[in-house]
Ligand binder design. Structure first.
Ligand SMILES: C[S@@+](CC[C@H](N)C(=O)[O-])C[C@H]1O[C@@H](n2cnc3c(N)ncnc32)[C@H](O)[C@@H]1O
Length: 293
């Protein structure tokens, strides 16, 4: 189950900023999923592939001062950014641990590529994660392994995108050719990098394959437009993060020269044309781990 493929967005400081913009766009969708999935006061929560810690912070707010959140990620720099963010916000109920999802519960599990930290099985009330299964070579094995962290009766809440949905239906109205080009390029880059454009729609199968109860599932998409939308910056920074790997993998259609003006170009075109743009749709899935008692 080890995850050796490079993360398609890379590990730069700009990528960490991109994650923060993405988090703002998907904050409401994610908060709703955590609440409906049962994350609440006093719980011990583990956030899988926490990146710069945005989901961890949402969970920290929900569990309150009597609960705690542990974010895990294999990227030490993302974890440092997450720690510094929590410090600057004065959030004291989150901790971040460097670990690979593979082998997260330690001996007896399939050790991950990094061989990094482990956490005790059954030591959490909830497992949460966003946009992380899509990057796993074997998401079912990854979820099964991570689910071992949750005590019987605990909750599992996963949020994953369905990027392919924007290839198959209208992504803007009236149609915006520049946004359409960015959508197509981004999907091509993500797919070439080995990530799954259908991860959200596969969640029911992923839960089933991991031996978990059938989850409740919901599809949502932020719908954006106007001068103040963060979507333009998110799109431009996503292209910037993916370009180095995408170019090596032969994905064409957008160039380095275009990236620096892409945010403004998208904003200008969208506002002038009165376009409404659909951001990546996501599926939230949640279930309660069966209690044998
Ligand atoms: C797209 S980012 C999402 C970050 C965060 N969940 C969010 O929504 O803001 C995916 C994160 O998962 C981490 N990641 C991917 N595969 C991993 C693995 N096998 N073990 C640990 N972390 C992993 C990456 O380092 C990256 O920080």
């Amino acid at each position: 189950m080890s995850e050796e493929r490079p993360y398609v967005c890379g590990h730069t400081s700009r990528e960490r900023e991109r994650l923060d913009v993405q988090a703002l766009i998907y904050a409401d969708v994610t908060r709703r999923a955590l609440v409906d999935g049962g994350v609440g006061p006093g719980m011990r929560v583990v956030d899988l592939g926490c990146g710069t810690g945005s989901v961890s912070l949402l969970a920290a707010e929900l569990v309150g001062s009597t609960g705690s959140v542990t974010g895990i990620d294999r990227d030490p720099e993302a974890l440092e950014a997450a720690r510094s963010r929590a410090r600057s916000l004065g959030v004291t109920n989150v901790a971040y641990v460097q670990a690979d999802v593979a082998g997260i519960t330690g001996p007896g599990s399939d050790r991950g590529a990094s061989g990094a930290g482990t956490l005790p099985a059954g030591s959490f009330d909830a497992l949460v994660g966003r946009f992380v299964l899509m990057h796993q070579r074997d998401p079912t094995a990854a979820l099964a392994e991570a689910a071992r962290l949750v005590r019987p009766g605990g909750s599992i809440v996963m949020v994953e995108s369905v990027m392919a949905a924007l290839l198959e239906s209208r992504s803007s109205e009236p149609p915006c050719p520049l946004y359409d080009r960015v959508v197509r390029w981004t999907c091509a880059a993500v797919e070439a990098g080995g990530a799954d454009l259908h991860a959200g729609l596969r969640l029911r199968a992923t839960f089933a394959g991991a031996g978990l109860p059938s989850p409740v599932t919901r599809l949502e998409a932020p719908v954006e437009g106007g001068a103040d939308s963060l979507l333009y910056r998110y799109c431009a920074e996503s292209v910037r993060s993916m370009l180095p790997l995408a170019e090596r993998l032969g994905v064409t259609g957008l160039t380095v020269a275009e990236v620096d003006t892409l945010e403004n170009d998208l904003r200008t075109v969208a506002v002038a044309g009165g376009h409404t743009l659909v951001a990546w749709p996501v599926v939230a899935a949640w279930c309660r781990v069966e209690d044998p008692a």
